[in-house]
Design a protein around this ligand. Sequence first.
Ligand SMILES: *Cc1c(COP(=O)(O)O)cnc(C)c1O
Ligand code: SF4
Length: 440
Amino acid sequence: MMQRTYRAYTLNNFNEIEQFSAVADVDREAVETIGRVFPFKTNNYVTEELIDWENAPSDPLFTLHFPRREMLLPDQYETIRQLIQSGADKSVIDEKVEEIRLSFNPNPSGQVHNVPDWDGMKLDGLQHKYRETVLFFPKQGQTCHAYCTFCFRWPQFSKLTSLSDSKFSMTQDYEIYMDYLKSKPDVTDILFTGGDPLTMSTSILNSYVDRLLEEDMNQIKTIRFGTKSLAHWPYRFTTDKDADDIIKLFERIADAGKHVAVMAHFNHPKELSTPVVEEAIARILNTGAQIRTQSPVLNHINNDPAVWSQMWRRQVDLGCIPYYMFVARDTGAKHFFELPLAECHRIFQKAYQGVSGICRTVRGPSMSSHPGKIQILGVTDEPGEKAFVLRFIQGRNPDWVARPFFAKFDSDATWIDQLKPAFGKKEFFFESELENYLNP
Ligand SMILES: *Cc1c(COP(=O)(O)O)cnc(C)c1O
Ligand code: SF4
């Protein structure tokens, strides 16, 4: 079994990446400058196995991990660059950095509205938006083996104080969360998320999970783990020191009669190409767990139908189930990664047409927005006005799900809030009700 010792690269030591020094075109200054604003961390598996350095900086795996100049607006870039160059005080730089971060919408899609009030307190490490599924943010799992440049949870990893409201982390007594679940008998799914909850040691993970396997938590039928470890550090499941323990944990959940779902985040087929990821997937599937895959569609990374059909095909060959294609959320360096909704749909449609029915378990492109997960089903000219056909895959109100609705076609729009209802309607069918959810 191929073994590798984890080595993180951050702003402090990225100069030690051998390949980086060997590539003339890569932009050291961009890493130093943008790495101040957005979290930057990668590791030796990514640099040695995934990135094609011959094609850096435009290589998609390079772009996924390393800051590029265009990820800040030109004047922001210039401001930070000059402050660093002039040797400005850390506090002066931090102040500017904070201002820029706040301009990048650190709390997209109203996630703070998903944090429930319970017994007079805010449950700070929990989000409950859709009836059946509760998200857990264990405090030890709020990091990743590497950070994605497009990350929509980037404030989770940023140290500055004014972003602390945008952080989710379970700090209260675990029993309080259990009491909350018992008060909501419709909740059947727990989704551990982060960050990447599988960066936690298995012993800590065990203590979170074991409680859910007890008799009084019978309502919980599915335990999901949202993770990018298969893409960023598959050794988590093969040769790391507690790799065998996490495999046993999945077995234990399955043996307890619950469904184990690894919600794996893959952005590009390259991440599925190494022997170690194959082995990691095989080990997980061998426990009885299932692996469902998801990714946003991103400019400069995977904005090509062939990349998607190849990725879905490969996932199915390895035994994974394609699950979601997302539209990039309105946060962080979105100006660099975003694609018009019409283009997202074109990519999805073309890719979907190119694979067999076995791969068509995937749904998308989907916007995780305030009201819910909204899928772009297509574009129609049929009734005399060009329109997007949309529907909810998930809704704050479950009654909204699977009801088609229409928005005026707009070739530039990149998010639901830029769309207007079609056919002379004043508002979308869910809008007045949504108000009530947000301002009860
Ligand atoms: C996507 C998502 C879920 C899970 O939805 P499924 O369609 O069941 O996978 C749960 N909560 C939130 C906030 C989500 O965004
Ligand atoms: S793995 Fe997920 S949470 Fe971590 S940096 Fe990437 S997108 Fe963000």
